[in-house]
Structures are given as structure tokens and as C-alpha cells.
Design a binder for this molecule. Structure first.
Ligand SMILES: NC(=O)c1ccc[n+]([C@@H]2O[C@H](COP(=O)([O-])OP(=O)(O)OC[C@H]3O[C@@H](n4cnc5c(N)ncnc54)[C@H](O)[C@@H]3O)[C@@H](O)[C@H]2O)c1
Length: 302
């Protein structure tokens, strides 16, 4: 990280804060962006980003704060310019800012959909797009985007969030492919760590919920995500691009990415009836079950 300039969005709390602190401790100059929103994206508070910056400076590092919303395209272009003006360039973008507006899909409002897509998907685009111009000119740069098992595997009541996060995975893959010729890399992390986001996860009874949260608070901590983000942003990860990794507690995961796994062909073509006769029988055992994250992971912290 020595000599690098990193922009970390949502750096005032949770995972983003730990990534900003660790990048600074490893020698990067950091722009700590955070608008200080509530979990559902409402409100503004300069305190979280300011605290991260104060802590970095107190530890002998270099950092400045940015309090704008990642959802605002012009503000993010200005933030990238602010970073380049203050520290000379931008080498690393960590798209981490996030909110939740959970709702079962048939009750999801347009506002719930819109707000989540704006912060996650548009937010990741806004910062990446502005930084891409610098990355291209200097022929180096690294993107790290926070995604979620909510999109990669599945969850209930998060269609907006799942759609945004899989959108970010597509964005990352495209950045990795299109910008490799400029020595630019892009990777995703699907984290799992106790933060206020996790506190919103329901429990059967208040006591069970408290017991589950206590376990999770201790087993999966935001600071355990930071080393992977620092590695992916560093030159040590020069051969890693276009990948989706996971981090939870002291475990890392490598996710597969969608490829065709079966083919079915009829020399004389198909009718709806022949599809119905053949396809389910041929592929039933290969269909991806409607599993949730907790059905897939070998141990459960929640
Ligand atoms: N905690 C987990 O287990 C988990 C799981 C999967 C994915 N994630 C993802 O990791 C990232 C960080 O999550 P966290 O758990 O640390 O959340 P968090 O709520 O603790 O922190 C998110 C931060 O983003 C800021 N923010 C929200 N909207 C913003 C905006 N428009 N502009 C700028 N800042 C904004 C908030 O003020 C907050 O400080 C998110 O993208 C989240 O979706 C987290």
C-alpha cells in the first residue's frame, strides 16, 4: 500500500472503516467517504467519516474525509478530483457504501427498489467511472467491490439488494475485462461480518436473536474482511482479476461464476411440447436448488 492513494466509500462504519484503517496503516493515503446515513439510507452525519480520518491521522497516516452520497454522480466525480488534487492520483477504489431496505417482493415499493439500486449499483458505477479515466491514463489501478451472498446464492426479502449486488458483480467482470489492457484489475468480495446491517436479521425470539447476534459479533468481525481487501488492492494481487471472493471470520471463499453446465439438442428443432417432454427429465438433477445462504455454508454464525 506504500505510496498508493485509496478511495474507500462507506468508510465511517463497519467493514469500510476497517478497510480504510488497514490500508492507511499499510501506507496508503485514504479518502474516507461516508455520508453518515442510517441503515435505510436516510440522513446525513459527518461524524463517522471524520472519526475514521481522525483515527488514521492519530496513527500517523494520511487521510481526508468526503461526506457526499455515492448515489450522486457529480459529487463522486468531484470526490475523485478531490483525491487526485490532494494526494496526486488515485490507485484504488473500494466500493463499499451500502444500505438495506428489505421487503418481501410483492410488497416492495418503488422507493425501496430505487434507493437500494441507486446506492449500490449506481454508487459503484459513479466512483468507478470517474476513477477509470485516471486508471487508464496512468496504466494502473485496482477496484474492489463489496457484493453479497444475497445475490450470489439467495435470500428472502432482498430482491432490490440481490439485484444490485449481482449487477455489481457484472460491472466488476466488465471492468476487469475491458481495462486489463491498461493494467487495471477489478475484484469482488462477498463479506460476512457483524455490523449494524446484521443486527436487522430477524431471530425467532428476542432471546434467540440476542444469543445469535452475540455469537456472530464475536465470530465474524469487520476487521477480518480488511486483509483480503488490502491484498486485492495491492500489486501482490497482480494475477487476480475478475474474481469473486468471500470472507467470513477467518475463512476466505472463491466463488464460481456462471457457465453452461448442460446442453440439449434436437436435430429437427423444438416445439414447446418436446421441450416439456425432454428438458425437465434431462436436467432435473442439475437444477440449482432454491437454497439460501445459510443452507450452503458449512457452519452458521447466525
Ligand atoms: N456485514 C455483512 O455481513 C455484509 C454482508 C454482505 C455484504 N455486505 C456489504 O458490505 C458493505 C459494507 O457493509 P457494512 O456491514 O459495513 O455496513 P454498515 O451499515 O456498517 O456501513 C455502511 C456505511 O455506508 C455508509 N453509506 C450508506 N449509504 C451511503 C451513501 N449513499 N454514500 C456514502 N456512504 C453511504 C453508511 O453511512 C455506513 O457508514 C456493504 O456494501 C454491504 O452491502 C456486508
Amino acid at each position: 500500500m506504500e505510496g498508493k492513494v485509496a478511495i474507500v466509500t462507506g468508510a465511517g462504519r463497519g467493514i469500510g472503516r476497517e478497510i480504510a484503517l488497514m490500508m492507511a496503516a499499510e501506507g496508503a493515503s485514504v479518502v474516507a467517504n461516508d455520508m453518515g446515513a442510517s441503515l435505510d439510507g436516510e440522513g446525513n452525519d459527518n461524524a463517522p467519516a471524520s472519526q475514521t480520518v481522525q483515527e488514521i491521522i492519530a496513527n500517523g497516516g494520511a487521510a481526508i474525509a468526503n461526506f457526499n452520497s455515492v448515489a450522486d454522480h457529480d459529487s463522486m466525480r468531484d470526490m475523485v478530483a478531490q483525491a487526485a488534487k490532494e494526494f496526486g492520483t488515485v490507485d484504488i477504489v473500494v466500493n463499499n457504501a451500502g444500505i438495506l431496505r428489505d421487503s418481501i417482493f410483492h410488497k416492495m415499493t418503488f422507493e425501496q427498489w430505487d434507493a437500494v439500486i441507486k446506492v449500490h449499483l449506481y454508487g459503484s458505477f459513479n466512483v468507478s467511472r470517474a476513477a477509470a479515466e485516471i486508471f487508464r491514463k496512468q496504466e494502473s489501478g485496482a477496484f474492489v467491490h463489496m457484493v453479497s451472498t444475497s445475490g450470489l446464492i439467495g435470500s428472502i426479502g432482498q430482491a432490490n439488494y440481490a439485484a444490485a449486488k449481482l449487477g455489481i458483480a457484472g460491472l466488476s467482470r466488465s471492468l476487469a475485462m475491458e481495462m486489463s489492457r491498461f493494467n487495471v484489475r477489478s475484484n469482488c468480495i462477498a463479506p460476512s461480518a457483524f455490523s449494524r446491517m446484521i443486527e436487522s436479521v430477524p431471530g425467532a425470539t428476542p432471546e434467540e436473536k440476542e444469543a445469535n447476534l452475540a455469537k456472530r459479533r464475536q465470530q465474524t468481525r469487520p476487521e477480518q474482511i480488511a486483509p483480503l481487501a488490502v491484498f486485492l488492492a495491492s500489486d501482490a494481487a497482480r494475477d487476480v482479476s475478475g474474481q469473486i471472493l468471500g470472507a467470513r471470520g477467518n475463512e476466505f471463499y472463491l466463488y464460481n461464476q456462471t457457465r453452461p453446465i448442460r446442453t440439449l439438442h434436437r436435430a429437427d428443432g423444438w416445439t414447446p411440447q418436446t421441450v416439456a417432454q425432454q428438458l425437465p427429465k434431462a436436467w432435473a438433477t442439475a437444477f440449482t436448488p432454491l437454497e439460501r445462504t445459510r443452507d450452503v455454508f458449512a457452519w452458521e454464525a447466525i
